[in-house]
Structures are given as structure tokens and as C-alpha cells.
Write a new protein. Structure first.
Length: 505
């Protein structure tokens, strides 16, 4: 199946329903769980040869679990089934997870050749919580090597392609999730984000993704993990096609205590919020300018919010954002932590990235060029004067306080997701630092929701980020839901893609 055929062929109606609606229909016996899983398995089998998103599956085990759920549901009264909404809100709903997350019985290599034979013996914490809520894992998906690059390719599984155009990237590192969810092959997925790894793939593949506030969803059980200060920057969160699923999925992933910390059960009146927009970081010689088409899309979103909600969207310019790259890099390097080269050596010894580069030149390295390059940059960090790094760490704190002062507890910021729509494979090597548009929010500790807002002239998804101050996840999710209503969300992209006049030649 070609990438264009991914959206041209008719798809089953089950594939176009949000997770919570599927769960409701399952409890009312309107949909059989085994039937539902088979529909998604068939969809994965139909599209995966084209996009290489799913890298390992547990279809047989999942179908057996689905049959058990069906049998139990048919033994219950409707009152008992209705009570499951609070006990197992995701009962029978299939999902996928980034291969970096441990799913019992499936590979957990993180795209590292040295771990390609490793099979997880237990679930990652977040996978366990989803299972407890009744969801059924069906597969794991591709990522970049050690989850530190914004194209999902590695020496274990190869490269993942964009369902909207096979020649384009899906982003990274949770790119397999973006691809299979965007192709309607998964209801929702589990991703992780230390510099945009949930939001970039969600942007490039036209879905919703949420990077939570720190310490909300447990990171335990993923490889690579994070140590030192990076534990605060690495966030696990949901990826899905429908904004309505973001809040209930986050509530399950976070657990009762953390969900209550975020006040996720609160009803947010989006007409009472304060809105701000920033159209670019201010310019940086290592970062591409934001494409005019993306600026126009962001302006359209702001215009829709003003016209339909009766709010004012205030345009801001924050000079410190021009240093997003240096701020993120300095914060990531601060404090004691395991080195990237140590992870490249499978946590046994440090790999010499310069030697790996020589090996790569003759096709003998087991590592990708982005991983080797990051290892080399890490080795060169000592050349940066300490006072320079410290100045950017101070700037991070100043920027955080400045934005928190503006946003308060009732403000949201609309910001570009990336300087461009999805580019051709390997092109990220020419623009390695364009991820800065997402990365800055990790080191500011802000929650961010990624929102699709239509297709561009090339038939690729457009999108924006919605950010808020720490622990105000409910605001960004509420606004994301409103933006879906105003701009059409994934459904709108799907309908556009099915129209021949919107297809690429």
C-alpha cells in the first residue's frame, strides 16, 4: 500500500471513534472487544508495510485477552457493566506503545543494536496502569536510536515513514506511535518527551499529543531512562487522534494522586482564559525560520479563537526564546547524570563516538549518524566555558519566571510546533537544531498540548503547540479540545486527504 493509499482506501467505522466512545460502546455490548481488536490488527497489517511503524506485536495474546473480556461482559448485568466506567474506564480498548517502553513479552531495545535481543519481563509503570484500566496492548512501535533524534530510524528496525507521504519523516523519537496512530492503526499510544519526542511526531502526523508537567506520569520501565536533572525534563504522555481522549488518558496514566494534583476533573471555561501567541523564537542562525504557511495557520487559529470565543489573543515577543537551543542544552548538561555514550554502550562502557564515526564511514558501525553526532557533541561539552553554561541556566530560570508571570494560572500560550512541516528523510541532519521549538518547554517544566490544525498546500499536517504554566495541564487540554472543534482535528485532515484536489501529485 502506498502512502497516498493509506487514506484513499475506505476504513472501518471503528477506526474513526475516540477511545472513550469505544469504551462506552464496549460496556453497552454495542461493540465486541475481539471484533474491535481484529479491526485494528487488520488495519496495522494493511498499512504497516508502507510506513514501518509497528516493530513487534502481541496480536494472538491480545485477541485471547479480548475474548476473555467479551465473556466476562456478557455474564454481567447492564448495571454492573456501567459501573466499570469508574473501575476500568478503558476496558477492551486496544493501544500501542513506543518500543522504548517495556511491554511484557515484547522487545525493549530503544533502537540500540546491543539490546536487540532483549525481551521485557514486566510492563513499564504506565503500561501497567493502562492494563489496570482495562486497555489491551497490541504492539510496540519504532523510535530513534536511544530516543534522542527527531527522525525515527535505527539499526534494529530501520526507518519509519509518514502516512501522509512516505518520502517524509514522522519525527522522533516517538515517531512510530505518531505514524500508526495517524494512519488510524491504533486508538491511542504511549510516548515520551525530553525535547519534543511526543509533540514533533504528533505534529508531523496530524494527531494530538500531550507532554505533561513533570513528575505526573511515571517514567519507570523505559529504556533509556533519565538520571539527574533530566528526570524532570523527561515526560511520559498520551498520543491520540481525538482531543477528547487526552484528559481521561492522562488521568489513567498519572494515577489518582497525580491527577488530583493537576485538578484534571475540573471543568475549564475556555472563554474565561487569557490567550497569548508568539509566532517565532526571534531568530537564531542554527534554527530555521518558521515557514510562512505555519505562521498563517497559527494566525488562523488565533482568529478563530477570537471570533468564536469572544476572547483576545495577545501577541507577545520574548527575547530570551531566541536562546532556546542554548538554554535546553545547558539545562540538559547540568548536574550529574549518565552520559549518552554510556547508553550507546548499553550501560556497560562508554562508546567512543569518534571511532564510531570512522567505522560508519566504511559501513561498520552499529550506530546511526545522529547518535554518533550527539555522542561527539557530548564529548565536546567540556570546551564550553562554565560561565557560559551557567549564564544560560540562569536565563532558563528568568524565562520561566517571565512566562509564568504572564500566564499565571489562567493563561495559555500558542507557539509554533516546528519551523516546517514534515521534511524528506535524512533532511533533519541538515537542520539538527530545529527541535528547539519543542525542547524549550521541557526545561521550563511547562505542560504542552500539540494540536493539528489542517493540511498545508503540500498535503502535510499543520499544527501548533498550546502551553501553560506548570501543573496547568487542564488548560492546554481544554484549549486543544476547542481547537479541534474549530479546526477539524484529525478527522478534518482525513477528510481533506481523501479529497483528490488535496492530494500531492
Amino acid at each position: 500500500m502506498s502512502s497516498n493509499d493509506v487514506f484513499q482506501a475506505p476504513i472501518h467505522s471503528y477506526l474513526q471513534l475516540p477511545a472513550m466512545e469505544l469504551a462506552s460502546k464496549i460496556r453497552r455490548l454495542e461493540i465486541g472487544v475481539e471484533d474491535l481488536l481484529q479491526v485494528f490488527i487488520d488495519r496495522i497489517n494493511a498499512v504497516n508495510g508502507s510506513i514501518n511503524a509497528v516493530v513487534a506485536d502481541r496480536f494472538s495474546e491480545a485477541l485471547a485477552e479480548a475474548r476473555e473480556v467479551d465473556e466476562e461482559l456478557h455474564k454481567m448485568t447492564q448495571i454492573q457493566r456501567d459501573e466499570l466506567e469508574n473501575i476500568k474506564p478503558l476496558l477492551g480498548v486496544p493501544f500501542t506503545a513506543k518500543e522504548a517502553f517495556a511491554v511484557r513479552g515484547l522487545p525493549n531495545s530503544g533502537g540500540l543494536v546491543a539490546r536487540k535481543e532483549y525481551i521485557a519481563e514486566e510492563d513499564a509503570a504506565v503500561v501497567g496502569r493502562l492494563r489496570q484500566a482495562g486497555a489491551i496492548p497490541i504492539a510496540v512501535s519504532n523510535c530513534s536510536e536511544l530516543c534522542m533524534w527527531w527522525e525515527s530510524a535505527n539499526r534494529v528496525y530501520g526507518r519509519t515513514s509518514n502516512p501522509f507521504n512516505k518520502s517524509k519523516i514522522v519525527g522522533g523519537s516517538s515517531g512510530g506511535e505518531g505514524a500508526i496512530i495517524g494512519a488510524a492503526g491504533s486508538v491511542f499510544g504511549v510516548g515520551s518527551d525530553i525535547g519534543g519526542s511526543i509533540r514533533m511526531p504528533s505534529f508531523f502526523t496530524g494527531i494530538f499529543g500531550h507532554k505533561p508537567s513533570p513528575d505526573i506520569v511515571p517514567n519507570r520501565g523505559q529504556f533509556p531512562d533519565a538520571s539527574g536533572n533530566r528526570q524532570q525534563f523527561l515526560c511520559t504522555g498520551p498520543m491520540c487522534r481525538y482531543a477528547v481522549d487526552l484528559k481521561p488518558l492522562l488521568m489513567v496514566m498519572a494515577g489518582d494522586q497525580a491527577a488530583s494534583k493537576l485538578n484534571l476533573s475540573r471543568d475549564v471555561d475556555v472563554t474565561k482564559l487569557r490567550y497569548f501567541t508568539i509566532e517565532d523564537c526571534g531568530g537564531h542562525f542554527l534554527i530555521s525560520n518558521v515557514d510562512p504557511e505555519l505562521k498563517q495557520a497559527q494566525q488562523y487559529v488565533c482568529q478563530q479563537l477570537e471570533e468564536k470565543l469572544g476572547v483576545e489573543v495577545v501577541k507577545l515577543k520574548i527575547e530570551k526564546l531566541a536562546n532556546s537551543l542554548e538554554i535546553w542544552s545547558s539545562m540538559m548538561s547540568s548536574g550529574a547524570q549518565k552520559s549518552f555514550c554510556y547508553y550507546m554502550g548499553n550501560q556497560k562502557s562508554e562508546v567512543n563516538p569518534f571511532w564510531e564515526l570512522l567505522k560508519a564511514c566504511v559501513g561498520l558501525s552499529n550506530h546511526t549518524l545522529p547518535a554518533i553526532g550527539l555522542g561527539m557533541l557530548e564529548k565536546c561539552e567540556s570546551l564550553t566555558p562554565k560561565r557560559v553554561s551557567e549564564s544560560f541556566i540562569r536565563m532558563a530560570e528568568e524565562l520561566r519566571l517571565e512566562l509564568e508571570g504572564i500566564l499565571g494560572e489562567d493563561g495559555v500560550l500558542i507557539y509554533p510546533s516546528h519551523p516546517s512541516v514534515a521534511v524528506n528523510h535524512c533532511v533533519p541532519l541538515l537542520f539538527p537544531f530545529n527541535f528547539s521549538y519543542t525542547a524549550i518547554f521541557n526545561v521550563l517544566y511547562f505542560p504542552v498540548s500539540q494540536c493539528p490544525v489542517g493540511l498545508g498546500k503540500s498535503g502535510l499536517p499543520l499544527g501548533i503547540q498550546v502551553a501553560a504554566a506548570n501543573n496547568n495541564d487542564c488548560l492546554t487540554i481544554a484549549v486543544a479540545t476547542e481547537i479541534e472543534r474549530l479546526c477539524g482535528g484529525w478527522d478534518g485532515l482525513f477528510k481533506q486527504k481523501q479529497s483528490p484536489q488535496n492530494m500531492e501529485p
